[in-house]
Design a protein around this ligand. Sequence first.
Ligand SMILES: O=C1C=c2cc(C(=O)O)[nH]c2=CC1=O
Length: 304
Amino acid sequence: MQLERDMQNLLQDPSFALPYWNFAIGGNKCDICTDDLVGAKSNFEQNLLSPNSVFSRWQVVCEFVEDYQSLGTICNNTASSPIRRNPAGNIDRPMVQRLPEPEDVLLCLEVNLFDTPPFFSNSTESFRNTIEGYSEPSGQYNPTVRSLHNLAHLFLNGTGGQTHVSPNDPIFVLLHTFTDAVFEEWLKRHTTDFNQYPLEDAPIGHNRQYNMVPFWPPVTNIEMFVLAPDHLGYAYDVQWPSRALGSTEMITVAVIAALVLVAMIFMGATCALRRRSRKSEVLQPLLGESYPHYAEDKENTQSV
Ligand SMILES: O=C1C=c2cc(C(=O)O)[nH]c2=CC1=O
């Protein structure tokens, strides 16, 4: 939100809103990697951005993570190299050559618990770990899988796919606004019980009452475990995909539809038969063939 406000100030446009990148579109194309958006691929160098994009002139800062760790130095914001990006181009990892599928988002929204022990990247049936992308989209932990948020990062295959430098790629923000939109939708669809947020035992910075580092002013994790339109003053406009029916569901629907049709035919036929019999009852002569007619009656009386 601070970034959005900063950009509103820079642009002198209070209506500016951060967009999101719906990365759950499947396939191997980065739909926003065009020169009018976040930059197309260079025709000259496969890992770089097209010179027609403003972002081809952006430089990566804080690239030397080994130095920061081994020498204990702090990143001094020295620019070192251009942004690298080669979507779907990681030939060593075919699994990250495709974006998440729309269905993956739906499955992840169905995971009931926010988090489960050990509150880490190997948690299973945990919404937090599933949207993060260390589980099958349905929530089952699988160490070989990368999905959703993680898969979107790795798909970018370059600056945006390396944790310590990924914020240098402008896609970073759009990838995370969408991830936040999925979180928002999950909060909407599930009763939000604060107790599901780990009070302890999560990695440092991730417990319920811990501050979210490095945001300023300080804000705790639990303060953000709320519906954004009601408490934070923003909302997402997303068309969530609808769920395609599985084969068992399709058979169930077909059987129900067939039963309803048979019931309707039966009811229609019964009504028609009833109406017909009621009609013939109404038109029945008061004196049937078996009753003597008045004239005959009279004749009989006279002859006596
Ligand atoms: O920038 C990031 C890069 C990531 C790579 C993975 C992974 O699953 O290997 N996860 C990432 C998260 C990032 O934020």
